[in-house]
Design a protein around this ligand. Structure first.
Ligand SMILES: Nc1nc2c(ncn2[C@@H]2O[C@H](COP(=O)(O)OP(=O)(O)OP(=O)(O)O)[C@@H](O)[C@H]2O)c(=O)[nH]1
Ligand SMILES: [Mg+2]
Length: 360
């Protein structure tokens, strides 16, 4: 990536990340150009599983093929992994000097929208700059891991034989969101057993309940060859009109040495192909876009409400009325809504002039 491009990408990301004036116009312009089409690859899993090591090895492999890579490392908020950012920096240091790799670390919480929106928007910016692959590392425990599904085309879940990750994963719903499983730290005892465990629980989900599992974005209704096609009088030639269901591969890797990472790159590329041919890519993107519209609306409304409430005198007046027994937080909220021009007739708050049971 040319130096000039790099610095304008860095600038664009800063504007978006800090929600600086005009950030939405910038995003609008970038997204209108229609250049985005890279594969967004989420790498998620418990703290210390080896995600950063794998991301580095993955990026190095892409570079061998002279492909540019974008990396977004979302800082952990979890106390478990307070030192992770430093670790990431050390492990990714050698990558940062490569002009074909663009790395951005970011906090997991934006000022208004939460993890979701700002992180996703930064990924959008990278995509708009034309990276064929964008790797997004998210650390989380439980629910925050699952948020990656809203930002990635392909979700790679990294587990290790340590500390009973296998069982944890199923609890946290990771089984449902994974498109590719990686058992990292193959050098540690129990790695093979974990691979087997994951495979057998995948079989439970995908083999015996046709159509019940099709990745994290909801059922797509495709029946794979292992599914039941109904009557035994199956046609002699395979039904080619019906796309195959994706069965998440389970791979063994060693993050430090990069062993098994080539297979990971291949699995991700295969998944991308499947996404395209099955129509799932289109479906996921539509879903993602619908989410984005909701996100933008949410953020915009929140922003307006906060702006309204920062008018000190109005808030003070409301507090005085409540203190005098002339209102409640509900009736005052209703008044604010009215002043913001939000139609209160839809679902009037108690005490608003339009609700039946006012306080008067
Ligand atoms: N034994 C062994 N250690 C590994 C392997 N891969 C990574 N590690 C080590 O595991 C530790 C954590 O690796 P990271 O790549 O930082 O893991 P991470 O998932 O990014 O960690 P957080 O971002 O803190 O959640 C480091 O000390 C790595 O050197 C592996 O295959 N085998
Ligand atoms: Mg990391």
């Amino acid at each position: 990536m040319a130096e000039g491009n790099r610095s304008s990408l860095a600038r664009a990301i800063s504007v978006v990340e800090n929600e600086r004036a005009g950030f939405q116009d910038l995003l609008h312009t970038l997204l209108s150009q229609g250049r985005a089409g890279g594969t967004r690859i989420g790498i998620t899993g418990p703290p210390g599983a080896g995600k950063s090591s794998l991301v580095s090895a993955f990026a190095r492999l892409c570079r061998r093929g002279h492909q540019e890579v974008g990396i977004v490392a979302v800082d952990p908020t979890s106390p478990y992994s307070g030192g992770a950012l430093l670790g990431d920096r050390i492990r990714m240091n050698d990558l940062a000097t490569d002009p074909g790799i663009f790395i951005r670390s970011m906090a997991s919480r934006g000022s208004l929208g939460g993890l979701a929106t700002t992180t996703k928007e930064v990924i959008d910016v990278m995509d708009a700059f034309g990276f064929p692959r964008i790797l997004v590392e998210t650390v989380g425990v439980g629910q925050t891991e699952l948020e990656i599904t809203g930002a990635a085309d392909t979700v790679v879940v990294v587990l290790t034989p340590e500390s009973g990750d296998g069982i944890q994963a199923m609890k946290a719903g990771l089984m449902e969101i994974a498109d590719v499983f990686v058992v990292n730290k193959a050098d540690r005892p129990g790695a093979d057993r974990l691979v087997k465990e994951i495979r057998s629980s995948l079989k439970l989900r995908t083999g015996e309940v046709p159509g019940a599992a099709s990745g994290h974005h909801g059922p797509s209704g495709h029946h794979g060859p292992s599914g039941h096609h109904g009557p035994a009088s199956a046609p002699s030639k395979p039904d080619e009109s019906e796309p195959q269901r994706w069965v998440p591969p389970v791979l063994l890797t060693m993050g430090q040495t990069g062993e098994g990472v080539e297979e990971l790159v291949q699995a991700v590329d295969r998944h991308r192909e499947w996404l395209e041919t099955s129509g799932e890519l289109e479906r996921r993107r539509r879903e993602r876009t619908a989410d984005r519209i909701r996100d933008v609306l949410d953020r915009e409304l929140k922003r307006r409400v906060r702006r309204e409430l920062t008018r000190e005198s109005m808030l003070a007046e409301a507090l005085d009325r409540i203190a005098r027994g002339e209102g409640t937080p509900y009736s005052e909220a209703a008044t604010f809504l009215e002043q913001m021009g939000v139609d209160p007739t839809e679902a009037p708050l108690p005490g608003s002039p339009r609700s039946a049971g006012g306080v008067e």
